[in-house]
Every structure is written in C-alpha cells, then in structure tokens.
Design a protein around this ligand. Structure first.
Ligand SMILES: [Zn+2]
Length: 84
C-alpha cells in the first residue's frame, strides 16, 4: 500500500470513528446500512417505535424498530420485510 493511500484510509477511519462516537453520545446507538455498511445518521419518525433512515451512500431505505429489544432491530430494508 502506498503512503498516501494509507493516510487517506487512516483519515477515513478516524472520521468514521468520530461520527460513531458522536451518534453514540447523542442517541446511545449507531445504525448501519445493511448493503454498504455506511453509518445511518438522521432518521424520519414513522411511529412511536419505528424510524426510517435513507443511506447517504447507496440511497437504500432502512426501517428500525427501537421498541422490541434493548437495541434497534432492522424490520424493513429497501421495501422488503426483514423482521419478523
Ligand atoms: Zn448504503
């Protein structure tokens, strides 16, 4: 690996970790895109337990339920029911 690529990846990792830490501090959890593993940031409230995220990288739509378990559960992804 050449040094500039190494440095770019180091910087990208650092930015990702900082973004994860900010979300953890604010919401207590971090949700990721199932397809591309991008961090999902701002959510749209669907009802009192479900939140919808649109991936900033691949535009896939994820719906998470925050009420079933101690952590968010992916219930729908890209229009497809995932859970239950
Ligand atoms: Zn994605």
């Amino acid at each position: 690996m050449n040094p500039s690529k190494w440095f770019r990846e180091l910087l990208a990792n650092w930015k990702r970790k900082r973004e994860e830490a900010a979300l953890l501090k604010r919401y207590g959890c971090v949700c990721y895109c199932r397809k591309c593993r991008a961090i999902l940031g701002d959510a749209q409230t669907l009802n009192e337990s479900e939140y919808q995220y649109t991936c900033g990288e691949c535009q896939c739509v994820s719906v998470f339920n925050f009420d079933i378990a101690p952590m968010p559960i992916l219930v729908r992804f890209d229009g497809e029911q995932v859970y239950p």
